[in-house]
Design a binder for this molecule. Structure first.
Ligand SMILES: [Zn+2]
Length: 289
């Protein structure tokens, strides 16, 4: 079902592999679902199905797996990121939580560790770089925005995620870390992990943190992410891990705690909180998009 009207909502959760099969948000106590499986029109085509739900009076939009579906890819043109962020921009979202499974590229990290990152390196090549440029190419008039990424993740939302992840029972929760984002969909070779990640001080590798982290800044929203280590990067500790172990069995064990952590963080969000400064790191650009 495609509906035209995008509701006004202040908060959003962009789901990822860590939540697949968890039943988030509708199978969790205290959650009320207003709209389920609704898509919205965007200049890039219909969005992936969203839910609109509330938990303890906080209304939020949720889209599973970064807005990627069988029909919608994470690469340009008309990518999942462009569609999702058009919806979030029109909804007036100011607080965004993202999440994903990731591989460790730091030898100290083990599966089931949670990293709430404070920085990232983008190795992707086919992702949209500017929402305003993508919209301008579709003939949509938007104010061109320039922004800084010296503090890419919101310290306020990150703090909420750290506290909630500890409460949800993860063995170790790290309040900082650098995420490397690979284009995928293939995994990396041991040499790639070593020279592009480990040797450069990157702690974990994932595939869909971009464009979320910078599109959030572009629309003036705070963004933080829960990165859940599901496997060792190739060659980091051992090459003997199996896909089934790392993805299916692991995911079945940890998807519910990941969802509980995000839900717990959501309930504590003050949508009017601005002392983190995230909205001040952007301004009207003198250049056209
Ligand atoms: Zn913030």
């Amino acid at each position: 079902m495609v509906i035209q009207e995008i509701p006004k909502v202040g908060t959003a959760v962009i789901g990822g592999s860590s939540l697949i099969g968890s039943g988030f948000p509708k199978l969790f106590e205290g959650v009320e679902v207003e709209l389920d499986e609704v898509a919205f029109h965007t200049p890039f085509g219909p969005s992936a199905p969203f839910s609109l739900a509330s938990a303890e009076d906080l209304r939020f939009l949720f889209v599973p797996f970064h807005g990627i579906t069988k029909e919608i890819k994470n690469t340009i043109p008309n990518s999942a990121g462009e569609r999702v962020f058009y919806v979030l921009m029109k909804a007036g979202v100011k607080k965004i939580i993202g999440t994903a499974l990731c591989g460790s590229t730091n030898r100290l990290l083990d599966p089931a560790d949670v990293v709430i990152p404070d920085d990232f390196v983008d190795y992707t090549v086919y992702r949209a770089q500017s929402l305003s440029r993508s919209l301008a190419e579709k003939g949509v008039e938007v104010e061109p925005i320039a922004y800084r990424l010296h503090q890419p993740f919101c310290p306020y939302l990150s703090r909420l995620l750290v506290e909630a992840s500890k409460k949800a029972g993860f063995p170790r929760v790290f309040s900082r870390g650098v995420v490397g984002v690979s284009e995928g969909p293939r995994l990396e070779s041991p040499a790639e992990i070593r020279v592009r990640y480990t040797d450069l001080g990157i702690d974990v590798v994932t595939m869909n943190l971009v464009p979320e982290v910078y599109f959030a800044r572009e629309i003036g929203a705070c963004y933080a992410a829960l990165e859940l280590v599901s496997n060792y990067g190739e060659g980091v500790v051992s090459i003997k891990w199996e896909g089934r172990e790392a993805f299916r069995d692991f995911q079945e064990r940890w998807r519910r705690p990941a969802a509980e952590a995000i839900l717990d963080a959501l309930k504590k969000i003050d949508e009017g909180y601005e002392a983190c400064g995230c909205t001040t790191h952007r301004w009207r650009s003198i250049f056209n998009p």
